[in-house]
Design a protein around this ligand. Structure first.
Ligand SMILES: Nc1ncnc2c1ncn2[C@@H]1O[C@H](COP(=O)(O)OP(=O)(O)OP(=O)(O)O)[C@@H](O)[C@H]1O
Length: 256
């Protein structure tokens, strides 16, 4: 039986009187690629912030890799094997590519209390390997991030996640700001993750991309999960109907 890597039950988040996320039951199997789609304000990013520990939930339970979890923050989630690429990339502009890849988990050559010597060679080699494994092409590793294009920056952020994720990656709109070629590069990285058996939760407004890349599509509307469908049992019209709420269907039936 395929193991479940992420599961939520009754996940709920209120901001004051706003019910941004209501009673979300969600599951990702090992190696499975799942898309979350929905209109602006549907609750997609709120959902991601609760499972990665960026915020603390109002109610509900979360299991990751077999354990019930409450991550105190994204670092906690990272340590458990869950990486996240957020809409606003958390890269350090003044640092080069290896320093960004290892931000917060630098390889130490010699630890002298408050002073330590970084293993720059080791980090550079691991960076080269990480980029190669994910198919990300960055012309100069020693360039500061600020000198790179949007696509290259996104490549670094995704390569970082792909290098360290052992179980699952969450990508929130990874190609929203990218051109055609850069989007294709990110999509190729996603395919390498599939081949490596790493589970993915992809938030995207791009239905072409969703149908190209994932196994299953979960639709959020007004804070609720309104559909959960295998890609091969649905189509674009169906998904748009769920997103907009023009068509209603028994969600329980859709979950079968
Ligand atoms: N920190 C917050 N304080 C108050 N309301 C919030 C907060 N964050 C989100 N919301 C509200 O919660 C709802 C869900 O927002 P969320 O950002 O999760 O939607 P989304 O599906 O990710 O949308 P988008 O596609 O635009 O990113 C919206 O009504 C939003 O205004």
């Amino acid at each position: 039986m395929v193991k479940t890597v992420l599961k939520t039950e009754g996940l709920t988040k209120h901001y004051g009187g706003i019910q941004a996320l209501v009673d979300a039951d969600f599951e990702v199997k090992e190696g499975e690629h799942v898309a979350i789609v929905g209109d602006n304000g549907a609750g997609k990013s709120t959902f991601v912030r609760q499972i990665t520990g960026v915020e603390q939930r109002t109610a509900g339970r979360i299991w990751f890799d077999g354990n019930e979890v409450t991550f105190a923050g994204p670092l906690d989630a990272r340590e458990a094997g869950m990486e996240c690429v957020f809409q606003n990339l958390a890269l350090a502009d003044d640092l080069d590519v290896p320093a960004n890849l290892f931000l917060g988990r630098e390889k130490i050559l010699l630890n002298l209390g408050p002073f330590s010597i970084l293993d720059r060679r080791g980090m550079r080699k691991a960076t080269e390997d990480g980029l190669k494994a994910t198919g990300v092409r960055i012309p100069r590793l020693d360039y500061a991030i600020r000198r790179m294009s949007g696509g290259q920056r996104q490549g670094v952020a995704i390569a970082r996640s792909a290098t360290f994720a052992s179980k699952m990656i969450i990508m929130d709109e990874p190609t929203a700001a990218l051109g055609v070629q850069e989007t294709a590069q990110v999509e190729n990285i996603i395919r390498t993750l599939k081949a490596r058996g790493i589970a993915l939760v992809l938030i995207s407004h791009n239905l072409r991309q969703v149908f190209d890349l994932v196994d299953r599509i979960v639709v959020f509307r007004r804070g609720h999960i309104v559909a959960n469908l295998r890609k091969d049992e649905t189509d674009g019209n169906d998904i748009v109907a769920y997103i907009t709420g023009v068509k209603t269907q028994n969600v329980a039936a859709a979950l079968m």
